[in-house]
Ligand binder design. Structure first.
Ligand code: 0X9
Ligand code: ZN
Length: 323
């Protein structure tokens, strides 16, 4: 496809193929489920990684969900999460003791491309596409005014106070006609409700934050939840080097209908939105196609990612990666 690092969803050897191959070649460690289909018929795929994956009921062990690519153009989120998945599987297969113990007691879930239509469109048509591909005006083609923001469509304070999302089709934060109207939202909500993860990391970009609920309300009660602070760290000692941890509505801006608000409020999931780096000054959503930079971004998130996995069996006593 002309890129060193980036792979689309549909292309041969692309993300969809990779997920199927990983599940097929790691039977009973990696189980693939199709959570739903998008407007254009693409599969929304989740992988469960745990010892004996195929024989066990989903959610029978404490679960952690790593999700990415709700926003089509945030390719670094896809890649960091994909590398985390491969890291976990490779270390297990290499006989790493810590990983074997972890995957005996814990289920690690991965939704690498939460918005596959939008992601594919960002390769094929418009690099800076953000939303899904709902045909808002129903004219049979995708144009600039189409798409719903998947991170404004969740059934939690949906459209609250008309602040933090938009009713306008063309807005980048168009919330959709109703809560969970979108197949991408139904898929993610369904998974969250089914496995009730102890933790979620919903990777986005770009801006070097570790955000947490509530997004709809500034100064929200979660400020005092010591588990969030223990795992995200503080400005002086963040869990991801160079990132600012904090409540999403204070740190960045107010949203409603957001994924992590849903996860936290519905199921008590301790749910983070890490906003990954731009990769260079002014790169914005276009992280450089540079293997070394991408690997560096992955490596610096790894201790935080693993701290969530290690904390799942006893969330009240989080195994922080921060000293
Ligand atoms: O707006 C979003 O959905 C996220 N930022 S992005 O640039 N990746 O689109 C941030 C959501 C975090 N929540 C709040 N800021 N309330
Ligand atoms: Zn985003």
């Amino acid at each position: 496809n002309g890129f060193t690092v980036w792979r689309s969803f549909d292309e041969p050897g692309g993300i969809r193929d990779q997920l199927y191959t990983l599940a097929r070649t790691n039977h009973n460690l990696v189980k693939l489920s199709v959570l739903g289909k998008t407007g254009q018929g693409r599969e929304i795929i989740a992988l469960k990684v745990t010892q004996g994956a195929n024989g066990l009921r989903d959610g029978s062990r404490p679960a952690v969900l790593y999700s990415s690519t709700q926003h089509a153009r945030e390719w670094i989120s896809t890649e960091v999460n994909r590398r985390l998945l491969n890291h976990v599987v490779d270390r297990f297969k290499a006989g790493d003791k810590e990983m074997k113990d972890l995957l005996k007691d814990t289920e690690l879930w991965f939704v690498i491309v939460a918005n596959p239509d939008g992601y594919q469109y960002s390769f094929d048509v418009e690099r800076l596409w953000r939303k899904n591909l709902r045909d808002n005006d129903g004219n049979g083609q995708i144009t600039v005014g189409d798409g719903v923001d998947p991170n404004r469509n969740f059934d939690e304070h949906f459209n609250y106070d008309n602040e933090g999302s938009s009713s306008a089709f063309a807005s980048e934060t168009y919330r959709g006609p109703s809560a969970a109207s979108e197949p991408e939202t139904k898929a993610m909500q369904g998974l969250l409700d089914r496995i009730k993860p102890k933790f979620q990391s919903n990777w986005h970009s770009a801006g070097e934050w570790i955000l947490y609920p509530q997004g709809w309300q500034t100064g929200s009660p979660e400020a005092d939840n010591p588990i969030y602070v223990a795992l995200a760290g503080t400005d002086a000692k963040p869990a991801i080097a160079g990132f600012d941890p904090g409540i999403s509505s204070d740190e960045l801006y107010v949203t409603n209908g957001e994924t992590t608000d849903y996860a936290d409020s519905r199921n008590g999931t301790v749910a983070f939105t890490p906003e990954l780096s731009e990769g260079c000054d002014g790169c914005g959503f276009v992280f450089p196609d540079d293997e070394a930079l991408v690997e560096q971004e992955f490596q610096r998130t790894l201790p935080f990612s693993l701290s969530l996995a290690k904390s799942a069996v006893d969330p009240a006593n989080p195994k922080s990666s921060v000293g």
